[in-house]
Design a protein around this ligand. Structure first.
Ligand SMILES: *Cc1c(COP(=O)(O)O)cnc(C)c1O
Length: 349
């Protein structure tokens, strides 16, 4: 009766080769933060083996990843204390410096250390401002233990291809840097839309997992996670009868409903609207009523289905995480990273 997330190894390989095809001059830094966007580190071996770099957000993630691979690890949050600096260098991490306080901390490194300087080109989240960046370069040059491996920045609106901010940020980046350093700007949306911003390293995340950053299905990507759950009950209800908490959906005619063993306690979005498609026996059926913690209800009047049949919530060619996200007022990223420990994860070819 458990919900299951199957992680496709061939889809991971396909999506990574697509990145290689689109960016044949650039090194690939695969983003595997947040337990590989919820796909689980243990189940994404093709990405771990075939990327040039692996990037995580936090030291705790770098520690877990180091147990699995000798590949270079990029630590996106950087370090905030001597202890963290030492742990990160012991793990052999490349360390991002994005905050001015981190500059002097890096200067105290006792062993040779690879640094990625992150600059703020307009997103105003992480990154050194222009003057801080120039200062950091001056400081780091005086320390033979510090190697500036790359200068990076991040787009605020890469998923909106025509947003003028993309051009503004790219201009700013090109003004602050030149090809005397290695550079990196591109996330998935940029890789898929802007050849001028690929530089020396690209940083694909969501596209590796087969989800489009643009929120619509992209047939060149293969979905990696297929989320499914069994039908646990079927019943017929009559005109005027309602379904679920709050009785928010009422039958306008005799309706056959299937109750499926997944809910927001597993990570299926509670805000999924009436009509969100669910795939059963290769047909799409509409979600009806509110999503509850352990269960959802689906109108199966138009299809053949039995208790025990498997419903696919997202990740086959009929129903994508992007579609479910659109029906739930969120993004595919949030859905895949949000599955709970109750979901059983397995690996498929
Ligand atoms: C997560 C992340 C990415 C990847 O973004 P996607 O939209 O998932 O491709 C790239 N760069 C940085 C700095 C990130 O934190």
């Amino acid at each position: 009766m458990q919900a299951t997330a199957e992680i496709s190894q061939s889809a991971l390989s396909h999506n990574l080769s697509l990145v290689r095809d689109l960016c044949d001059e650039s090194g690939v830094v695969s983003m595997i933060k947040a337990d590989a966007y919820g796909h689980q580190l243990a189940l994404i071996t093709p990405i771990i083996n075939d990327s040039d770099f692996l990037a995580v957000s936090e030291l705790s993630e770098a520690k877990k990843l180091r147990e699995k691979t000798k590949k270079p690890i990029l630590l996106l949050s950087g370090v905030y204390s001597q202890e963290e600096l030492q742990s990160a260098t012991n793990l052999g991490c490349h360390i991002v410096v994005h905050e001015k306080q981190q500059i002097s901390l890096m200067m105290s490194a006792k062993v040779s250390t690879n640094v990625w300087i992150k600059i703020d080109t307009g997103m105003h989240r992480l990154g050194l401002l222009a003057n801080e960046y120039h200062q950091s370069i001056e400081f780091f040059k005086t320390n033979p233990l510090i190697n500036i491996e790359c200068v990076m920045s991040h787009f605020a609106c890469a998923d909106e291809i025509d947003n003028p901010m993309n051009k503004t940020q790219l201009n700013e980046f090109n003004q602050l840097t030149d090809n005397s350093v290695k550079r990196s700007m591109a996330n998935s949306a940029t890789i898929l839309s802007n050849k001028e911003a690929l530089f020396d390293f690209v940083r694909p995340g969501i596209m590796l997992y087969g989800i489009s950053p643009f929120g619509q299905d992209d047939k060149t990507l293969k979905p990696v996670m297929q989320l499914s759950a069994p039908i646990v009950s079927i019943k017929t209800i009559q005109t005027g009868e309602s379904v679920g908490y709050g009785a928010t959906w009422t039958a306008e005619k005799e309706t056959i409903i299937a109750i499926i063993g997944i809910g927001y306690g597993d990570g299926y979005p509670r805000h999924a609207k009436n009509g969100t498609p669910v795939c059963i026996n290769n047909e799409l059926c509409p979600l009806i009523g509110r999503v509850s913690m352990d269960l959802i209800c689906v109108d199966i009047s138009n299809i053949k289905a039995d208790v025990g049949d498997i419903a696919i919530l997202w990740g086959n060619d009929k129903i994508s995480a992007e579609t479910v996200a659109a029906y739930s007022n969120t993004i595919g990223y949030e859905l895949v990273t949000g599955l709970s420990s109750r979901v059983r994860f397995t690996q498929t070819a």
